[in-house]
Structures are given as C-alpha cells and as structure tokens.
Design a protein around this ligand. Structure first.
Ligand code: NAD
Ligand code: UDP
Length: 326
C-alpha cells in the first residue's frame, strides 16, 4: 500500500535513456514523483545523475521483460533500444523488450487502473508507400528482415495496447514518434544525428549510408516531450470512459535528405570532414515524414517550434561539452 499523497506518482520505463530522461525532467519540474525503471542497456546514469538526490525521484535497475509490482498512478513505457545498431545487437531481446515489456506494463496498469503511454514509432510504417504518413496508413514492414525485431515488436506492442483498451477498458495513449534528436543522445548511439555531429567534432569523415538521398524528418527533443505530456494529460471521456487512445504521430514535418543533414552539420561545426559513402543497410526506409494533423487537432494546436538548424546548434553544443570533458 502506498502512502497517501496528492502528488502523482509516475513510472517511466527507459527513463535513463535519451527521451526518458528529458521526460522525467519535465515531470519533476511540474511537481510529480517519478519512478525511473531502466536496465541501463543503452541508457546512462549520467542522464539522471542530477536527479539522484531529488526527493521526488527514485531509480530502479530492472528489466521490463520481468514483471514489476509497484504502486503508481500513470505509466510511460519507453524502455526499448531505439538505434538500429543497438536493437540489432540482440534482436531476440529487442522483440522481448517490446512485447513482454508491453504485457508486463499493461498487466501492471490493469491492476492499478493506471493510464499508460506507449512510445511507439514511425517504424510501424516501415518503408512507406504513402507520403507523408498519416495514422490511417497500415505500413509496409518486412516481417523477417534485420529491422523487424524493432518494427514488428513495436507493432505487436500497439496491438497489445489496443486489445487491453478494448478488452479491459484500459486508458491508453499510443504515440508514433518520428526521428528525434537532441542533447543526451549517446555519443556511440549510431543514429544519424549523433554520428554526424560526433564525427564532425572529431574531424573524422562523415559516413553517409547509400547516396544520402533517403529522407528523414527530425524533431528536437523538447518539442516531442511537450507532445507526450499534452497527450497523456488529455482528460478521460464522458462518464469516466478512457480518453483518446491514439495513435498520434509526433514529429517535425520538416523533411531533409541525409546528405542535406551532413552538409548542415559540417557548416554549423565548421569541420573539415569529408563525406564518405558506405553501403545502405537493408530495409532502410527511403523516405519519412509525419502528417501531424491529428496531433494539432487533439493536442491543443501542438506544433514543433525548434527548426533543424537551431536544434542542431543546441545538440552540437552538448556534444562539444561532452567530448571536451573526455
Ligand atoms: P534510448 O536507447 O536512449 O533509451 C531507451 C532506454 O530503454 C535506455 O535507457 C535503455 O537502457 C532502456 N531499456 C532498453 N531495454 C530495456 C529493458 N529490457 N528493460 C528496461 N530498460 C530497457 O532511446 P530513446 O531515443 O530515448 O527512445 C526511447 C523510446 O522512444 C524507445 O521506446 C524508442 O523505441 C522510442 N522512439 C524513439 C525515437 C527517437 O527518435 N528517439 C523514435 C521512435 C521511437
Ligand atoms: N545514416 C547514415 N549515416 C550514419 C547513420 C545513419 O547515413 O552514420 C542513415 C541511415 O541509413 C538512415 C538515416 O541515416 O537512412 C537515419 O538513420 P537512423 O539510424 O538515425 O534512424 P532510422 O533509420 O531508424 O530512421
């Protein structure tokens, strides 16, 4: 039995990761209590170090594939490696993290009647044949490729969330997140923004996979977290019915080729790095851009505010500090 307290107690899985740690900062700043659960596979204590002595913050090292018994009011389920090199390192564990992790969080939520947020992904659209992607598009995912552990794991997690919603009336919020970047990405994360910035700051060649004509739409982390919180805070429906479950696309519709991104990073860092072209990994999506009409409509005109150039400057400043500190 937990102590009586008017303050909300919120579980954030994957809270020591890039997005999770930013989310926790926002929740703590507004007065919530946070229980951060993470196995530190890709996350880092460094991301939550500043919170460790905070009276409203608690860290628990735990793997979400194992059931969890805690008392909380809300759950944000973010635990899952997000970078292709990390999620492909142990693909079976990646699928387990998404699927068993979802089941464990949903069972917990069912017992507690707690509203639960799922960090889903634009990868549910695979290599999309519809552009930009709306939530109505069912996607084009290879079920047996090297990205499938992540894509299909996240698709199955969405299925579980919607079945718990329909079958048990659980209050769920499913967000489909598009490529997001910012401070606290891991320097060896392997994702394109951190790779390019770290390479440029070290004066190394910039590695473009394929010809760099594939596109992505990059969202700055602060904009994304604002979207998470607005979505989670949407009130329940009439007579206590669950609120809007989504899915809702969250991302910045500004679309760039990977080559344009590389050129912008070189310009902003003033690096002398050359562009080198390496093999495009299999099943790498050729284009990606969110249609965010639904987010605008439901989330009180939510809109990304930080343009790529400004977001990159802030991210470069972070990596510059991190690399010079050794
Ligand atoms: P991240 O790798 O920085 O964070 C993931 C966190 O989950 C890490 O702290 C890691 O240690 C933890 N984790 C992994 N497996 C776990 C397990 N089995 N048990 C407990 N903890 C575990 O990645 P991120 O960018 O912060 O992504 C957070 C979530 O958002 C992920 O679910 C990811 O799929 C989703 N997402 C992110 C993006 C993006 O662009 N950043 C895009 C789409 C979806
Ligand atoms: N990419 C690249 N060089 C890198 C890392 C990634 O050209 O050093 C490409 C990658 O092939 C993909 C895009 O950048 O086309 C985005 O990759 P990331 O891993 O960041 O995200 P995702 O593919 O999951 O959207």
């Amino acid at each position: 039995m937990r102590k009586y307290n008017a303050r909300k107690r919120i579980l954030v899985t994957g809270g020591a990761g890039f997005l999770g740690s930013h989310l926790i900062d926002r929740l703590i700043a507004r007065g919530d209590e946070v229980l951060c659960v993470d196995n530190l596979f890709t996350g880092a204590k460094r991301n939550i170090e500043h919170l460790l002595s905070h009276p409203h913050f608690e860290f628990m090292r735990h793997d979400v594939t194992v059931p969890l018994q805690v008392e909380v009011d809300q759950i944000y389920n973010l635990a899952c490696p997000a970078s292709p090199i990390h999620y492909q390192h142990d693909p079976v564990q990646t699928t387990k993290t998404s699927v068993h992790g979802a089941i464990n969080m949903l069972e917990l939520a069912k017992r507690l009647k707690a509203r639960t947020f799922q960090a889903s992904t634009s990868e549910v659209y695979g290599d999309p044949s519809v552009h930009p992607q709306t939530e109505a598009y069912w996607g084009n995912v290879n079920p047996i490729g090297i990205r499938s552990c992540y894509d299909e794991g996240k698709r199955c997690a969405e299925t579980l969330f919607f079945d718990y919603h329909r079958q048990y009336g659980l209050d769920i919020r499913v967000a489909r997140i598009f490529n997001t970047y910012g401070p606290r990405m891991h320097p060896n994360d392997g994702r394109v923004v951190s790779n390019f910035i770290v390479q440029a700051l070290r004066g190394e060649d910039i590695t473009i996979y394929g010809e760099g004509q594939q596109t992505r739409s990059f969202c700055f982390v602060d904009d994304l977290i604002e979207g998470f919180i607005r979505f989670m805070d949407l009130p329940r429906g009439e007579n206590g019915a669950p609120g809007f479950p989504g899915p809702i696309n969250l991302g910045n519709p500004g679309e760039f080729t990977i080559r344009q991104l590389a050129e912008m990073v070189i310009e902003l860092t003033g690096a002398k790095s050359k562009l080198v072209f390496q093999q495009l990994p299999s099943d790498d999506p050729m284009q990606r851009q969110p249609d965010i009409s639904r987010a605008r409509e439901y989330l009180n005109d939510w809109e990304p505010r930080v343009q790529l150039r400004e977001g990159l400057q802030r991210t470069i400043a972070y990596f510059d500090g991190l690399l010079s500190a050794g």
